[in-house]
Each structure stands twice: as C-alpha cells, then as structure tokens.
Design a protein around this ligand. Structure first.
Ligand code: ARG
Ligand code: ZN
Length: 864
C-alpha cells in the first residue's frame, strides 16, 4: 500500500458539532437488484453563523440530481466519499437522487440482498452507502420512508408506524412508514421480502397494547416461539427492573441469513442474524436458546440505552454498548443462574478481552483514535465497557444506580451524548465522587494487582496489602479507582464479618492508590481470603492463594463464582507446574478427589457442577504465559483429561446414568444436559463398547444439545466413532444451513494431520458459501480459535489457510475479514517459528493493492 493511499485516522479530540441540522428526511426507495433509486428530501437548518459548506458522506453512490427548494442546483462538487454543497441558504429543502446496487453489495453494509430479501445495516456508517447524508450519530431527524418494490416482496418494512400501502402499476406496490422519534441515520432500517410472520401482543404496565411481529423465511415459523417469548420477557423485565416502557405501538424483528453481527437495534425494526432468532429442540442447543434470549434482550434494551439516548460520536460507542451489555447480563442473571452468567462473562473478559487489551489493538473503552469504526465493535468496548458499568453499580448499589439511570434519562432523552454525561448523571444522583473512576474510560490495558497478606496472631489482625501496577503495555497509566470485593473465611469455612477498631468494614474495598493496606481485627485464627469476589473489577490478581487455600475456597466461598474461580486457579497451577516439571505430569490426589466429590453429590446446581468439571480452556492457560507454550499446553491438558477420565470413569458412568433429562428447556433440564455433556466429554476418551453405545444413543437423540455433546466429545477425543457420526449428521441436516454450521464447526475441530485438506474440501460443500459470515465463522473461525493443534501447526499450513481466506474475504466482506484476522493479532506471543510464520501472513496482507481500511488498520498496528 502506497503512503498516499494510507487510510486516515479520526480523533476524538477533533470532534466538531455539525454545521447543519436535518430536521426531517423524506426517503423514497424504488427497489431493484442492480439499480435501486433512492430519493431523499432533507429539511435543513444551518447551525453555524458562517456560510460553511454542507459536507455530506456517500460511498459507492451514483448521483443523479441535486435540487434546493425544488429547483435544480449546481453549486456542489463530488469529492472522495463526499458531496460538498456550497452557498446553501440557512433553511432549505435539499433534494438528492442517487442510485445503488443492492445485489452486488457483498459487504453486508448499507442496502443489500440477503437470500432474496432486501435489508439494511447502517451502524456505524452504512447509511452513506445508501444516500448522501450527514452520516453521524449526533444528527437526529424524523424519517418518512416510502418503499416501492415488486409485489413478490410481500412485506415492505421500515421504522415506526405504517401510514399507507397500496398497489401500483407494473406488478409493483408500495408502503409508507413514519417514525415519530427523531433518530440518527445508523438506526434507519428497511426490509423488503416474502416472509412468514409470527404475531403477538404485549401490554405495557401503563396498559398500552404493543403489536409484536417476527418475520422469518418461509417455513421457519416453528422456530420462532422462543425468540418471541424472549422479547416479551425482555419488555417485562425492563419495566420491572429499570422502570422503562416501550414507546412505539409496534415492534418488529426480521431474521436474515446474511448478517455480519448478531443483530441490530434499528428503531422499531430490529434486524437479526437468523442464527440469533431461530430455534427448536431438534435444531438448537441450550446454549443457542440462551444466546437468543440474551440478544433479543440486548437489542430491545437498546431502545432506551442507545435509541432514546444515543451517542454524540462513535468514540462514545461504549455509552450504549457497555451499558446495554450490562443490562442484558442482568436480564439473563435475573431470569437464570447469576453464577453461570457471571462465569461466562468473566471467561470472555479473561480470554478475549485481556488478550485484546495486551495486544496491538489495545484501546480504552472510549477509543481516542479510529481508522475504521467497524473495527471497534470489540470485546473492550462491549464487555469491558459492561464491566465498567458494573463497577459503578457495585460502588453505588442498585438503588442509587437506578436513580442515576432516571436522572440520565431526565437530562438526555432525545439527545446524543457522551460517556462523561452518563458518569455525571450517576455521580450527581448518588453524591458519589467518580472523578478518579472516570480514568477507566481513557486508559487501555488490564491493571495488575499484587496482594500480600499478613496475619498478626497476637493481635488477631489480618492485613491485606494491595499494590496496583500499570498494565505491562501501558506503563504510563495512572492509578484507577478499583472496587475490590473480598470475603474472609475462618478455618471452619464460615464467613467472617469484616470490621476494624469497632467499625464495620464493607466487603468492597476502595482501592484508589498505588499501595494500600486494609486491616481487619477481632480474629481468632488466620482467615482465608477470597479476593476479587465475583470479579468485581476487570483486573489481573497476581497469584496469591496456596493450593490448600484454594481447596478451602472451593468448598466454602459464599460466591459460586469464586468457588469456580478457585477451581480454575487450581487447574492452572497444576498445568503450570507440569509444564515446568514435565517428569511429573499427574494431577494431584486432592484435585481428583475434589472432582470425585463433585460427581458424587448431585443435589446442587448441576450446571455449576458441569462448569467445575471443565479444565481451563487453551486461551485461559495461554494467558498465563509471556510466550505461549502451545505444544505443552495441549499435551498436558490432554493428559490431565485422560487421567480424569480414567480415574473417574465409573463415577462419570454412574452420574450419566442417574441424570434424567425430560427434554424440556426448563432450567433443571438444561442443567441436567450440561452435566451429561461433560460426562460424555470425558467418557469419549475411553474405548469401551458400553460407552460407544452411550455415545451412539446420544447422537441419535432428538435434542440437539445431546446430539452435539456426543459429536463434539468423539471429535475432540479423536474417537473412531466420529467419522460415522459426522456422516450421519450431514445427511440428516443438509437441508438446514444453520444446523450445518454446527457440523462445519465440528469438522474444523478434527485432530488428524489432514485437517487442513479436509477444510479446503469443505469449501466445495454445497452448504458452504464464502459470502455468508455464519458459514465462514463456523468453519474457519472454529478452526483458528479452537483447533489449536492444527491451526498452530509448526509447518505454518494452518496460518496459510487463514491468510488465504483473509485475502479472499478482503474483497468480499472487509468487516468479516477483519474479525477473522483476530488470531494473528497476538502473533508476537508465540515461539520464534510460529510467530514468524504468522507475521509472514500479515505481511502478505499488507502488500495487497486493494487492502480494505478494516484490514489495514489491524495489520498496520500488528506489524508496528
Ligand atoms: N449495535 C449492534 C448491537 O450491539 C451491533 C452493530 C454492529 N455494527 C458494526 N458495524 N459492527 O447489537
Ligand atoms: Zn448493542
């Protein structure tokens, strides 16, 4: 790439208010696959005194005409991705007509055809691929939309309320929509297609009846009830927990097959990736059910946190995403298991987010510099953003946090605001000083905490000395305000009431300086400290507890999360010890015994038991090392798993046999299947006809969770059954691409050295399609993220496979290419041979003539 072509970065510090406001926009779409005509009429009002030009954004548009107040206008010029209009009066109606080609738009951004239906994706900057506009979130307009299309597209949808519809000549018809709420262009949506519809209603707590409609491809109606139920639960939960009621009279969700992300919160007309909507017991796993509920919730919750109050600029993305992820996490936790949800969220943080934060794409939750905005829909902005909201919730408590939310909406409803505005509302409503806390918004990297303990036996005083260290890659960071939650356990496992010199001490310690001591008195024996209870802050606590202490915590901590966390620590230490001392690679007796006890008592939360039986993932273990010892992590984990399977084979068999799955999606049935799945995972490692029988039976189940448990167990164990079971699955499910994604993912996990060739052959499979992000992620995403041994082959063929794919995707769908690139971002963390092979792939990309901005930004950062 030549220097002149180098894409430009945009900076938060350069923010300038818009020169014009758009009071209203009238949009007309005359839909046709290769030539869709878009006519827009903008009611403009100048906001600045000077006679500044109006600079509109536009990409890949063919301009047909410009008018001002109904007259042809010529005082404009087309520049690179801009239309610059000069000498406009202070108020006017600007008419623009342009053409676009939805059929050839494979970027899945703007207006495109997805499996025979027209649909849009405008966040962050896709609207400029539809028409020239002030495509920025702080320009809020009311929208009137007219859609004209062939009558075969039976449903013509846009935001808000339908005002009119009717027949036209030449087999065409139209619909007119009006959205009474002003919105930025990124929330615009249009859909035209032939769908089956599931309809329902929801009555709000003020008694308004809302029409709900779920649009899916013909024939998919039987897979819609779960999403509809999830929507109604979301609406009810937001009223109960946040006192927020829906505002329009209609709420629509459309499921499409080609979609870059999970879903999009367009006002009144959410567009979803079909995999985040469609489910029934035969085709979807329990995890799919959970994901659907949480994403339906997420998009619904955006109606207030995102739509009614939106972002001033895209650097503020976490304003809506961090907050909305926090809200969807709370929704899932209130409806299901809080501990399991917390475990899932923390896994995402400790693996993906920590590694992003330690790598070349590290950015604060409010980034300061962006080339391609689509690259910043990250685990940092979303998940760390949610952790930052959660910390405020911990500091304020539920009541004051809700008062903060109320104040936020009182102040900012209908506005486009900043993260500072949000924190100000929280702080003003609670009278809690969040000045230092705000550094979380501007500092990248994961803070490290070194904790030392001291027990004075004579005085009965226990002291924790907490030192805060800047992240390794961000040495200039200043001290953060960290809510550090703890529990102290006595030798009997009882929780100790915290106090010092007669005063109670909160279990949430306010760590604010570089070094701080916290003392607790009145003790009769040295306590065991549970640190960073519930992961109260997104930090790394450097190794602290001994094995004995961890076993104590596993048994007695009040937080289920912290018990699981202690268990993970135990495993991690065992793996690390085995790596440093390869002669001794057997799991210790206390660990095996702890697992045996877990399998023995089947009274508690079975889903939690299932989690406790899992070894830490490769990514979790990798995070412990500066240079990732790929081969040893794989071989030791493998050996440990076999040891567990062999030692506890009978226990797994007994446990499996005792678990009765009633086939429903009740919490207890889901938990039962989770535990059965982990039993199969271990049992598949043992060659035995009775076990083969169990696996075959599970694979023949009519419940997808059971089927997939069996298949993934045999594939991961390289069990000889896998060939036949995979073949059966293919012939059974070939008609259902979403189910086939599970099969592609299983194929990608195969252990043999021919894994790469198998994947290349699967590119030819009738269900595979490079232009569909779901397919690509299922096959190659699963390979690069989870088939560690084959992806990280020493001969570099795994990297080459991904490199080849990225070159192909760069031309088809840069956004998807950029997401798929992620495994290469941490190339520096591998041994010499591997890192240079990964680097070579990045260099290959850097040389591409048509390298997209999306890939450029990441490749450039990675190679710096
Ligand atoms: N706002 C959407 C959500 O969080 C995601 C949109 C992502 N857009 C993008 N260009 N990456 O649900
Ligand atoms: Zn979101």
């Amino acid at each position: 790439m030549t220097a002149s072509k180098k894409p430009q970065a945009h900076y938060l510090k350069d923010y300038q208010a818009p020169v014009f406001s758009v009071e209203h926009i009238d949009l007309t779409f005359d839909l046709a696959p290769l030539k869709t005509q878009v006519s827009s009429l903008l009611t403009l009002k100048r906001l600045t005194a000077e006679n500044d030009d109006l600079v509109l954004d536009g990409i890949d548009l063919t301009l047909l005409s410009v008018t001002v107040d109904g007259h042809a206008y010529t005082d404009f010029r087309e520049a690179d991705e801009q239309l610059i209009i000069s000498n406009l009066p202070s108020q006017c109606r600007l008419g623009i007509v342009n053409e676009i080609s939805p059929q050839t738009n494979t970027s899945l951004e703007g207006l495109y055809l997805s499996g025979g239906a027209y649909c849009t994706q405008c966040e962050a900057q896709g609207f400029r691929k539809i028409t020239y506009y002030l495509d920025r979130p702080d320009v809020l307009a009311s929208f009137d939309v007219t859609i004209i299309a062939d009558t075969q597209f039976t449903h013509l949808l846009s935001n808000g309320n339908k005002l009119d519809e009717g027949k036209l000549d030449n087999g065409r018809h139209f619909a007119k929509w009006q959205d009474p709420f002003k919105k930025p262009s990124y929330l615009f949506a249009l859909v035209a297609g032939d769908f089956d519809v599931l309809e329902d209603t929801f009555v709000t707590h003020s008694g308004r009846s809302i029409d709900l409609a779920l649009f899916v491809d013909k024939g998919n109606l039987p897979k819609t009830p779960h999403a509809m139920t999830s929507l109604k639960k979301s609406m009810q939960w937001d009223e109960e927990r946040f006192n927020l009621e829906y505002d329009l009279d209609i709420y629509m969700i459309v499921a499409v097959d080609f979609f870059n992300m999970g879903a999009m919160e367009n006002k009144g007309l959410n567009i979803f990736n079909s995999k985040c909507v469609l489910a029934n017991q035969e085709t979807a796993t329990d995890k799919d059910y959970h994901t659907i509920e949480s994403i339906v919730g997420h998009e619904y919750f955006h109606n207030w946190t995102g739509n009614r109050v939106t972002c001033r600029d895209w650097f503020q993305l976490s304003l809506k995403e961090g907050l909305t992820v926090f809200r969807d996490q709370e929704f899932s936790s209130d409806l299901g298991s809080r501990a399991l949800n917390r475990i899932d969220a923390v896994k995402v943080m400790r693996t993906h987010q920590f590694s992003e934060d330690a790598g070349p794409m590290a950015h604060p939750i409010r980034p300061e510099q962006v080339i391609e905005m689509n690259n910043f829909y990250t685990v940092t902005v979303y998940d760390k953003g949610a952790e930052v909201i959660r910390m405020m919730h911990t500091l304020l408590g539920e009541e004051k946090f809700q008062q903060g939310m109320t104040l936020y909406f009182e102040r900012h409803d209908g506005q486009a605001v900043t993260c500072d505005d949000f924190v100000a509302a929280m702080s003003d409503a609670s009278n809690i000083d969040l000045k230092q806390f705000k550094r979380w918004y501007s500092q990248a990297g994961t803070p490290r905490l070194v904790v030392k303990q001291d027990y004075n036996e004579e005085l009965g005083v226990f002291t924790l000395n907490i030192e805060q260290l800047a992240p390794l890659n961000q040495p200039n960071n200043t001290e953060l305000h960290i809510p550090f939650a703890i529990e102290l356990l006595d030798p009997q496992g009882e929780s100790i009431t915290l106090g010092f010199q007669g005063k109670p001490v909160s279990h949430v310690l306010n760590v604010t300086s570089k070094q701080q001591c916290f003392s607790f008195d009145g003790l009769t024996a040295k306590p065991v400290a549970v640190l960073l209870e519930d992961f109260s802050a997104p930090c790394i606590v450097e190794k602290y507890n001994t094995e004995t202490e961890l076993l104590h915590i596993m048994q007695f901590a009040r937080s289920d999360f912290s018990r699981w966390d202690a268990q993970q620590q135990l495993f991690i230490s065992a793996v690390k010890e085995a790596i440093s001392n390869p002669a001794d690679n057997t799991l210790s007796v206390p660990i095996i015994t702890a697992l045996q006890n877990l399998l023995g008592k089947r009274d508690g939360d079975l889903a939690l038991t299932a989690e406790l039986l899992k070894l830490p993932s490769f990514d979790t273990l990798a995070a412990e090392f500066d240079v990732i010892p790929v081969d040893t992590i794989i071989s030791i984990t493998e050996q440990f798993e076999r040891q567990i399977a062999e030692h506890l084979c009978n226990e797994f068999l007994d446990c499996y046999a005792s678990l009765i799955d009633d086939g429903t999606v009740s919490a207890s049935a889901v938990a039962t299947r989770a535990l059965k799945s982990i039993c199969l995972h271990y049992l598949a490692k043992i060659t035995d006809p009775a076990i083969a029988n169990l696996l075959n039976n599970a694979a023949a189940s009519s419940n997808m969770t059971n089927v997939l448990a069996a298949l993934s167990a045999v594939v991961k164990a390289d069990n000889p059954l896998s060939v036949e079971l995979l073949e059966q699955f293919d012939s059974h499910w070939r008609h259902d691409v979403l189910v086939m994604d599970k099969w592609f993912a299983l194929q990608a996990m195969q252990c043999g050295d021919d894994a790469i060739d198998k994947i290349k052959n699967l590119y030819e499979h009738p269900c595979f399609d490079f232009s569909n992000p779901n397919r690509v992620r299922a096959l190659v995403g699963s390979f690069s993220h989870f088939n560690t041994a084959q992806f990280h082959r020493k001969d570099g063929l795994g990297y080459q496979l991904l490199g080849d794919l990225l070159i192909k995707l760069n031309a088809i769908n840069p956004q998807n290419a950029s997401r798929m690139l992620t495994p290469f971002m941490s190339w520096r963390r591998y041994d010499e041979q591997r890192s240079s092979a990964m680097k070579a792939q990045l260099q290959r990309l850097a040389l591409l003539d048509d390298l997209s901005d999306d890939l450029f930004e990441k490749v450039d950062k990675a190679l710096q």
